[in-house]
Ligand binder design. Structure first.
Ligand SMILES: [Zn+2]
Ligand SMILES: [Zn+2]
Length: 319
């Protein structure tokens, strides 16, 4: 009898533990695939962020090298349900044809890709389909690639909830990247966790409104000091700074939003160092803030855990 009771107690304990780990195990996993800008440097690839929530995987922007970065972390293109574009500046979309076509050909994708973005997204996608029509035809007839796997279902979106399925909710909100309009930031909600991605923006009241109390805020940043070191025409630098957010401005935003964790990505210019950005942020912000790097992983769960890549990000991963 005692043995039986002990056994029942043990089973009950296992059940409670399993339920607890199940709830606590629900996280949003964020991987910064590319933290750079148009500058073609090896250390910071083009802007692209992988979000994994439950079984679902999405990319936000597809800058230069997004497919290579996915391969480095062993995530297959065929596992990506869709791509959300923040705006259509080339640094955010230039990796897309490679992701889409090479991913399809080498990764045996057999299902359509969903794409969301501001007005102009559908048109860009249909123009890409025309531009690569020659290749697509031969890959299907000659290489026997799946005709379904190259299909893109693109949608031009407006501010509001743009996706909701199996507990994952994605909301687009307008940011201020004028004259580039519309430009979106995105908020991802899953299992009581939340992540906001700023996209490209100067200080935006709308972003502050949509981000209030978020667990993780990933914000862009531009360093006037690092731009000056590139010795380009001053007027050009001024225009760049006016389209983006300086570390001091970001500190104000973080103070208002009060995220559990703030991480910089889309570092303008890509050569800016931690010294250019973090001390200026610290002047007016005492909360947790980190400078993002390619392949950095941020797990948003009960706690927020950050893992930086051990090896150099430009290493060859082919075994
Ligand atoms: Zn950009
Ligand atoms: Zn931009």
């Amino acid at each position: 009898m005692i043995i039986l009771r002990k056994l029942i107690e043990l089973v009950a304990l296992c059940f409670i533990l399993l339920t607890l780990t199940n709830v606590q195990g629900q996280i949003i996993k964020v991987t910064l695939l590319g933290t750079g800008t148009p500058l073609p440097v090896m250390e910071r690839f083009g802007p692209s962020i992988l979000i994994e929530a439950g079984e679902q995987k999405f990319l936000f922007d597809a800058g230069r090298g997004s497919l290579q970065r996915l391969m480095q972390i062993n995530v297959k293109y065929r596992e990506i349900q869709g791509v959300f574009f923040t705006h259509l500046h080339s640094d955010h979309v230039v990796g897309f044809p490679d992701l889409w076509l090479t991913g399809w050909l080498t990764g045996q994708r057999e299902t359509p890709l969903l794409v969301w973005g501001p007005e102009g997204t559908k048109r860009m996608v249909s123009n890409l389909e025309k531009a690569f029509e020659f290749d697509i035809k031969f890959r299907i007839s000659d290489d026997k690639a799946s005709p379904n796997g190259v299909v893109i279902k693109a949608k031009d979106i407006k501010e509001g909830v743009v996706y909701e399925k199996d507990g994952v909710k994605i909301t687009a909100f307008e940011v201020d990247h004028a004259p580039v309009k519309p430009a979106f930031g995105y908020r991802i909600d899953y299992a009581g966790r939340s992540v906001v991605l700023s996209g490209d923006t100067r200080r935006s009241e709308n972003l502050i409104r949509y981000s209030k109390g978020v667990d993780l805020l990933i914000h862009e940043v531009a360093s006037p000091d690092a731009l000056a070191r590139l010795k380009r025409p001053v007027e050009r630098d001024k225009a760049i700074i006016a389209h983006h957010t300086t570390p001091e401005q970001a500190a104000e935003i973080f103070s208002l939003v009060k995220p559990k964790m703030a991480v910089y990505s889309h570092i303008v210019p890509s050569t800016a160092t931690e010294q250019d950005i973090i001390p200026l942020t610290r002047k007016n912000y005492t909360g947790a803030v980190e400078l993002g790097e390619d392949l950095m992983v941020i797990e948003v769960g009960e706690k927020i855990e950050i893992r930086r890549p051990v090896a150099k990000t430009n290493q060859n991963t082919l075994k």
